[in-house]
Design a protein around this ligand. Structure first.
Ligand code: MG
Length: 291
């Protein structure tokens, strides 16, 4: 099933998306429950949801499936070989001393406040960064929490998947050995708009691509992940209890802006579109604004 969080009639709603008819059927939820978006569905029997009458998708305002995650978004760095190489060569890799191809997953986070919706503007603030870059990523949605989850059991904890653009200020990422500031700038986590349940895709064999102003920059398959999804879940949950609604961005493939000579940083008016087969497309415009 494919779900979206959206606004209609001034209220946040959650609905089941139908690609064919380009419509959404709202789930009958209290407005209190709907406030958390798709998180309201975690732990529920999805076959028993009460669905209301379909409304056209183009008549609603889409939001991120998790408009404000309950805590930081977990992210994996340098998790595709070719990207690990291009990043190490770029001069912005403050983790380069650990080697070009990481021996263990590099885990960092983005603050929940930087999540924005499909169609929202990403803010470029030249007084803070002149080197903003895109990163197309498949993101895992944890449905069942746990601690010390084994690789074998990991997939049973996955509720579904969505798309994340792990927008990054490369200059800040290079300056500070901890990546949080460069990754958590306001508006730097476009997410969604669709969240699919785990049965919709084979997350270990899914194509993703990133298109900037119509030019394909990144194209890859999740088969090429250095650390696969079960390994990521086992690694994070070793001592850190995962909770339902945790989001884990699995890393980006080669073709980011710093992979080019000279680098192709995002400029005012650029449009970044990320497509993941079986999920959908996430598109955002980058707009210069001095805050
Ligand atoms: Mg990333």
């Amino acid at each position: 099933m494919k779900f979206v969080t959206f606004r209609a009639g001034g209220e946040r709603r959650v609905g089941v998306c139908d690609d064919q008819s380009a419509s959404v059927r709202p789930v009958s939820l209290s407005s209190d429950d709907a406030r958390s978006g798709v998180a309201a569905l975690l732990g529920r029997d999805l076959t028993q949801l009460e669905l209301l009458s379909a409304i056209p998708l183009d008549s609603v305002q889409l939001e991120a499936p998790f408009p404000r995650p309950t805590r930081n978004i977990f992210c994996i760095g340098k998790n595709y070989r070719e990207h690990a190489r291009e990043f190490s060569r770029s001069g912005f890799d403050s983790s380069a001393a650990m080697g070009e191809i990481p021996k263990h997953p590099i885990i960092f986070s983005k603050v929940p406040e930087c999540v924005i919706a499909h169609g929202d503007d990403v803010m470029l603030d030249p007084s803070v960064s002149e080197a903003v870059d895109y990163e197309a990523e498949l993101a895992v949605i944890i449905g069942t929490g746990g601690r010390n989850i084994s690789v074998e059991d990991a997939m049973a904890h996955v509720w579904g998947y969505t798309i994340v653009n792990d927008v990054t200020a490369r200059d800040l990422q290079g300056r500070y050995s901890q990546w949080l500031v460069g990754k958590s700038q306001d508006t730097f986590c476009p997410m969604g708009p669709i969240a699919v349940t785990a049965d919709e895709i084979d997350a270990g064999d899914t194509d993703l691509r990133c298109i900037v102003n119509g030019e394909v920059r990144q194209t890859a398959n999740t088969r090429d992940l250095i650390f696969d999804i079960p390994t990521i879940i086992a690694t994070i949950s070793a001592g850190v209890t995962l909770i339902p609604g945790d989001i884990i961005a699995t890393g980006t493939p080669a073709g980011v802006g710093i992979g080019f000579t000279p680098p192709k940083y995002l400029r005012d008016g650029d449009v970044v579109r990320i497509e993941i087969d079986g999920i959908g497309a996430l598109e955002n415009r980058f707009v210069e604004r001095r805050a």
